[in-house]
Each structure stands twice: as C-alpha cells, then as structure tokens.
Design a protein around this ligand. Structure first.
Ligand SMILES: [Zn+2]
Ligand SMILES: [Zn+2]
Length: 120
C-alpha cells in the first residue's frame, strides 16, 4: 500500500467511524455520548467551538467572507460577501415565515421523534 492509499484508507475509516458514532448518538471525536441534539460530547463541542471561533476571527482579520471563505468585495464592512448576505437574508425571511406556522408544535414533534428513536 503506498502513502496515498494509506491516507485514503485512514480517511474512509474515520468516515465510517463517524457515521457509526452519529447513528449511535456518540461524540464524533471520542466514544462519549454526544449531547442531546449535538454531534459532540461537551469536551469536543467546546473544542469545535474554539476552532470555529478562531477560523471566524481569522476570516474577519483577512477580509474574507465568514460564510464561504472567499475574499469579500472591496470596502465591504459586513462579515459576509454579497452572495452569502443575500442568502442569509432569504433564509432569515423563511425562518420568520415558519414561525407563523406554529413553531412549538413543530419543535415538539421533532423532539418526541428523536426521543423515541433514542429509546429504541
Ligand atoms: Zn468527545
Ligand atoms: Zn460568502
């Protein structure tokens, strides 16, 4: 097996492990139980957050869109490029529309489903 194949093999193993952990509700980075509704345990969730924050700060400092990572339009003071900002705006609009259609009932439905899956 050459180096490239070894790397590919390791990657697919990681992917399989992560898939297995996700199915069982375990943290993707260790064998602890993931927090409810999350993909990581409290330790790795904090680590993932720190990493995301560092990435975010780096993008701000380098004038890169925090959402897609491409350089923003010149002199743009927003944190996102024009494309991402308009995407986020339409998502936000949809979210507001959803709230009109009884969000509590929707959320309760998802919660019950998740909990019954977990019990099974
Ligand atoms: Zn973990
Ligand atoms: Zn963008």
């Amino acid at each position: 097996m050459n180096l490239y194949e070894q790397r590919k093999d390791r990657k697919s193993k990681t992917r399989r492990r992560r898939q297995r952990h996700r199915d069982k509700g375990l943290c993707l980075d260790c064998t602890s139980k993931a927090l409810f509704g999350r993909r990581f345990c409290s330790v790795h969730l904090a680590k993932a957050r720190t990493k995301a924050k560092q990435e975010y700060d780096w993008r701000i400092a380098n004038g890169v869109c925090v959402s897609c990572g491409i350089p923003k339009e010149e002199k743009r003071s927003e944190t996102k490029c024009i494309a991402c900002a308009s995407k986020a705006a339409s998502k936000e609009r949809r979210r507001r529309e959803m709230q009109h259609t009884s969000p509590h009932a929707l959320y309760a439905g998802i919660r019950v489903r998740l909990e019954s899956e977990r019990a099974a």
